[in-house]
Write a protein of this length. Structure first.
Length: 221
């Protein structure tokens, strides 16, 4: 099976229908799907998704943002003076890599503002908030109370599904034996999957050939 390779760039598909539900991420998906009824299951309106790089945190954050009309925040957006205004203008917010926020006072103000306004905040990180290196006692206490849902590393079925999606995001269709070879020989991480697909795409374009088992073999060796 071959595929015409066009150097048109790629756009990841972030729709809810593009996300494969598996045992390792089912709880996280259930939380996103049940919004805005988070308060029925936890005392706070803040939720944290944590797991290794590339495990689907950003995808689910995008799904949540579309569902809730949420604004994505950057760590640099948060200051003590801006936290209240940010919350006042948006019912829902997403803060990725929440453990990278350098201003603990601003973060504490953000959590308070979300709670007081009845809004919603989705956090993502590699570790749960209770393990973040926070020294401000009030913030540490508040983060420890945030419901935290782990997205587990992938099993074989998940790796296959994610590889197919990553290739499809780049307008590439590959044969089943190519996917099977990758599953058997690549590092078992989401970051490794993304890197392999990007390298395969670049090599296929440069060599004007489809993505095949021999091509993947040359890259993995």
């Amino acid at each position: 099976m071959s595929q015409l390779i066009l150097d048109l760039g790629h756009r990841p598909a972030f729709g809810r229908e593009d996300f494969r539900v598996a045992p390792g991420n089912r709880e996280a998906v259930d939380w996103i799907d049940r919004w805005p009824a988070w308060s029925d299951h936890a005392p706070a309106h803040t939720l944290a998704l944590f797991g290794p790089a590339g495990c689907g945190k950003t995808h689910l954050a995008q799904v949540f943002a579309l569902r809730a009309g949420a604004r994505f925040l950057g760590a640099a957006d948060l200051t003590v003076n801006t936290a209240g205004d940010i919350v006042a203008g948006h019912k829902a917010l997403v803060l990725e890599n929440g453990d990278s926020v350098a201003n603990p006072d601003a973060f504490f103000h953000l959590l308070n503002a979300v709670k007081e306004s009845g809004g919603f905040l989705l956090l993502t990180s590699r570790e749960p908030p209770a393990r973040w290196p926070v020294t401000l006692p009030d913030l540490k206490s508040r983060l420890s109370a945030v419901p935290a849902v782990r997205i587990a590393p992938p099993d074989d079925a998940m790796i296959e599904a994610v590889l197919v999606k990553l290739f499809a995001d780049r307008q590439l269709t590959v044969a089943p034996e190519v996917i099977a070879y990758a599953v058997r020989h690549m590092d078992r991480s989401f970051a490794a999957m993304r890197a392999l697909v990007a390298r395969a795409d670049a090599a296929a374009l440069a060599e004007k050939r489809p993505v095949t088992v021999p091509l993947l073999k040359s890259l993995l060796e």
